[in-house]
Each structure stands twice: as structure tokens, then as C-alpha cells.
Write a new protein. Structure first.
Length: 137
């Protein structure tokens, strides 16, 4: 059940990130509360794994703050919530695969479409693609 809730969250956030280039924190936090409640009744990983997954999102939020918004704060909040659902190792896998796909997309934009290197791109769609790959395996 948790995988479908997370898929819905990533789908909703992908639409919002592509359309508005920002995420609604309240919706993400509601999914986070739902993830905690789901883990109370249907635990899928340990509390330590969940905390490790949340810490990845906190690290991305810290990088966002230190880089003055080069990475969106909403991406860090979203990664905190995905950490609740996936745990540490799977959340790190989600993040790394998402980074790989976003890097390839950005490289394509620069090389083929002659975009500038500082062009903003939505990151959440790459997390969705990453999660779909994780579901298929």
C-alpha cells in the first residue's frame, strides 16, 4: 500500500514542480504524516532506517540553504518524506538515480539545445522516474 501512496505523492509533486517550479509544503507534510501512520500499522523498515532516510532530506535542505536556493528547499522536504516511506538505503538509491537522470537531462539541454548551464530544471520528475525504475526491479 505504501508504494502506491508514495507513487501518488511523487506524481502529484511532479505535476506541481513542472507546472510551477515549486512544491507545496503542506501537501508533502500531510503525506509524511500519513507515512508515519502507515508505518505504525504496517511497518516496512526499522525506525533507524526511517531516520536515516529523513536525514538525507535534511542534508539536501542544508545544501539548499548553504547554496542560497540552487537546490530547492522543497526537494529536501520531499526527500525527508520519501525517507519515511522507503528508509535510508532505498531513499539514497532514489536520490542517486534521480541525480543521474537529471544530470543526463541537463547535459542534453546544454549540448543539444544550447541552453545555459544555470538553467533551472524540475528535479521531482527525475525522482518519479527513479522510483518507477525501483518498482520494476
Amino acid at each position: 500500500m505504501q508504494r502506491y501512496v508514495l507513487l501518488g505523492l511523487l506524481g502529484m509533486c511532479t505535476w506541481e514542480d513542472v507546472k510551477n517550479k515549486e512544491l507545496t509544503t503542506a501537501n508533502i507534510l500531510l503525506f509524511g504524516i500519513g507515512g508515519v501512520l502507515l508505518h505504525l500499522f504496517f511497518p516496512t523498515c526499522s525506525i533507524y532506517s526511517i531516520l536515516w532516510g529523513i536525514s538525507l532530506g535534511l542534508a539536501v535542505m542544508a545544501i539548499s540553504w548553504l547554496s542560497q536556493g540552487s537546490i530547492g528547499m522543497g526537494d529536501g522536504i520531499l526527500l525527508m518524506v520519501t525517507g519515511v516511506y522507503l528508509g535510508g538505503a532505498a531513499n539514497l538509491e532514489l536520490f542517486i538515480i534521480g541525480l543521474l537522470f537529471s544530470f543526463l537531462w541537463a547535459l542534453g539541454l546544454v549540448v543539444f539545445w544550447k541552453k545555459k548551464g544555470r538553467e533551472e530544471i524540475a528535479f521531482v520528475p527525475f525522482l518519479l522516474i527513479s522510483y518507477l525504475i525501483m518498482l520494476v526491479r
